[in-house]
Design a protein around this ligand. Structure first.
Ligand code: ATP
Ligand code: MG
Length: 152
């Protein structure tokens, strides 16, 4: 179905404020078309990336910037945190099932499936997920999905 991204994001951000009251969530949504997607699957992808941004950031650095943009071909959604960062050597591994980077933030309560799920779902939706990161500075996950313009 076609998703109105402003409204869709608002639902997620409202829930996130309640789930993580100490997360500073900044967002900018700048799109002109609706996005063809399954809202249940897209919500799960957002949820996983938000959970990670929260979990892998120190208590005084829980800040997440989300940008939703549209260019000629794609919707581009960026999740930028100020967390612990991910070493370049891990960029491929983190998308594998049950893979978890060894660090002090990774003790319990995680399975290592979140990003594998995000990768499968974005691929299923014809899109893509990429990571860029700097240790002790932060991480950016970028989702892109092809624009399918609504036929009249
Ligand atoms: P689950 O999502 O199943 O609860 P998880 O968070 O450990 O477990 P993934 O979401 O797949 O698993 O992430 C894989 C690994 O990538 C994590 O264990 C973590 O080390 C690293 N990682 C993921 N997101 C971030 C992030 N935003 N900042 C720093 N490290 C991250
Ligand atoms: Mg996770």
């Amino acid at each position: 179905e076609y998703i109105e991204l402003n409204e869709f994001c608002q639902h997620i951000f409202d829930a996130t404020h309640i789930k993580y009251p100490d997360l500073q969530l900044n967002y900018k949504i700048d799109v002109k078309d609706e996005m063809y997607a399954d809202p249940v699957l897209l919500t799960s992808v957002f949820q996983n990336l938000i959970d990670n941004a929260y979990k892998y950031s120190a208590p005084d650095r829980k800040v997440l910037d989300i940008r939703v943009q549209q260019n000629k071909k794609n919707f581009v959604i960026l999740f930028k945190d100020r967390g612990i960062g991910i070493d370049k050597k891990e960029f491929n591994s983190i998308f594998k099932k049950f893979y978890r980077v060894k660090n002090q933030f990774n003790q319990q309560g995680s399975i290592g499936l979140g990003l594998a799920f995000c990768k499968e779902i974005t691929a299923f939706m014809g899109g893509d997920i990429k990571v860029d990161s700097q240790m002790n500075v932060g991480t950016v996950f970028t989702l892109s999905f092809p624009v399918e313009v609504k036929k009249a």
